[in-house]
Design a protein around this ligand. Sequence first.
Ligand code: FAD
Length: 442
Amino acid sequence: MPGAGGNHASWGGLNANASRVIRPAAHENLIAPQEPYLPFGAGRSYGDSGLPAGGCLVDLQGMNRILSFDPATGLMRAEAGATLADILERAIPLGWFLPVTPGTRFVTLGGAIANDVHGKNHHRAGSFGAHVRAMSLVRSDGTRRLCSPEQDGDWLRATIGGMGLTGLIGWAEIQLLRISSPDVMQESLPLAGLSDFFDRLDETDGRFEYGVAWLDSLATGKSLGRGVMMRANHAAAADGGAGASRPGGRRLSVPFTPPVPLVSRLTMRVFNSFYRWRALSGPQERKMPWASFFYPLDAVAHWPRAYGPRGLRQHQSVLPRMKAESAVARLLEAARAAGHASFLTVLKSFGQMPGAGLLSFARPGVTLTLDFAYRGAATDELLDRLDAITLAAGGAVNPYKDARMSAETFRASFPNWRDVLPFLDPLAESRFSRRVGLTGGA
Ligand SMILES: Cc1cc2nc3c(=O)[nH]c(=O)nc-3n(C[C@H](O)[C@H](O)[C@H](O)COP(=O)(O)OP(=O)(O)OC[C@H]3O[C@@H](n4cnc5c(N)ncnc54)[C@H](O)[C@@H]3O)c2cc1C
C-alpha cells in the first residue's frame, strides 16, 4: 500500500502523506525536528494514530542496535527501532523471552512502548510498559531526558502509551522473562458458545500464562461466540514432544493486492471451521514452537492485501468483566446484522494490573478484536455502532487500532486524557491526535 511520505502506510492501508521523511541512524545523534512531526516504527498500527497530520515522519527503523544485554539478569537495552524479532533473536538462545508480546514480532521497541501493547498474558504480566526499566526521550525543545520509574517517572508514564506525542524514544531498557524453553505446551479446546469462554476464564487465568480465543464470527443463535480457546505455558526444559524451537519463518505470502477483497464470507467460513476443526480433532495438549503459538499471522506475509485495495479496519474494545458477556454478544450481533462478518475475531482477558502509562488502553476486563474489509461509509457506520455499544457497557475503544473515532469516544474511553497534555511535545501530532482534539489546542 505505497503512497506519499516514502511509501509509509498504516497496517490498515492508510497512506502517511508526510511532508517529508527523516531517517535517523543512531540514537547518539537523534534530534527531534523543528517542524510538525510524528515518530514512525514499523507501521503495524492499524489506523491513523501512527501517521503524521501533514508534518514530517521520523522513521526510526534504521536505529536498531541492541546496545547491551546481561544474560544473568535479563536486562536488555536496545535502540527504539530494534524489532521484537531482533530482541528475540538475541534473547532466546540465552534463555530469555519477551515479558509481553503482541500478535506480531515485527513491531519496534519504540512502537511497543508508545502504544503500551498487550499480549496473551495480561492477567500475569500487565502490558509492555510495565517492563520498561529506563528509556531516553528526545524532544523538539532540545531536551534529552533519561526516564525511569525512579527518575522523571512522570515522563515515563506519559510516554508509555503516549502514541509518539511526547517526543522521540531513542533507546529503552526492558526486563526480559526467564524461560526454560521457548516452546509452549498448548491446550486447545472448543467453545460451544460465548458462555463457555466466560465460564472458563478464571480457570484459564489461574492455570495458564497465556490465553486467547478465536471466535467463529459467522456463528449465530445458541452458537454465537463459538470458537477455539488456546491456552499455554512455557514448556519446561524436560518436556518432551514434537515442538522444535524453530523461529517459524514466513511460509505463505499474499503476492499482490487483488481488486476485490479475498476475505469473503466463503473464505471466512473455511478459515473459521479450520480453527474449530483443529481444536476438535487435534490433540488436547501439544508442544508448539514459540513462533506458531505467539505469531501465527507472521507466517503470512502481506496478509492485509487479502482485504483488497481499500484495506481493513480493526475495532478493539475492552469491557468491564461484569458486563462483558452481554456486550460481546451485542458487538458480534451488530457486525453480523450489518453484513460485515469479521475475519479475525479474538477474545482475551485483561487482568487487574493497572496500565503502566497515562493513556494505556489495557485495563481490567475482557477485550474483543474484530477485523473488517473496509467498505467506506457502511463500515464507518458499523464502527460507530460498535463504539456506542462499548461505551454503553462502560468500556473503552483502542486508539491505536482506530481511524475514525470521535473526540467524544476518545474522551469517554480515557476520562483522564487531560493528564497527558503537560507532557506533549508541541510539534508532535498525528491525524488521530488532531481529530480527537488531543493536540491542536484542545
Ligand atoms: C498482526 C498484528 C497483530 C497485533 N497484535 C497486537 C496485540 O496482540 N496487542 C497489541 O497491543 N497490539 C497488537 N498489534 C498492534 C501493534 O502491536 C501496535 O500497533 C504496535 O505499537 C506497532 O508498533 P510499530 O513498531 O509498528 O509502530 P508504529 O505503528 O509505526 O507506531 C506506533 C506508535 O508508536 C509511535 N512511535 C514509534 N516509534 C517511536 C519512538 N521511537 N518514539 C516515540 N514514539 C514512537 C508512533 O508515533 C505511533 O504513535 C498487532 C498488529 C498486527 C499487525
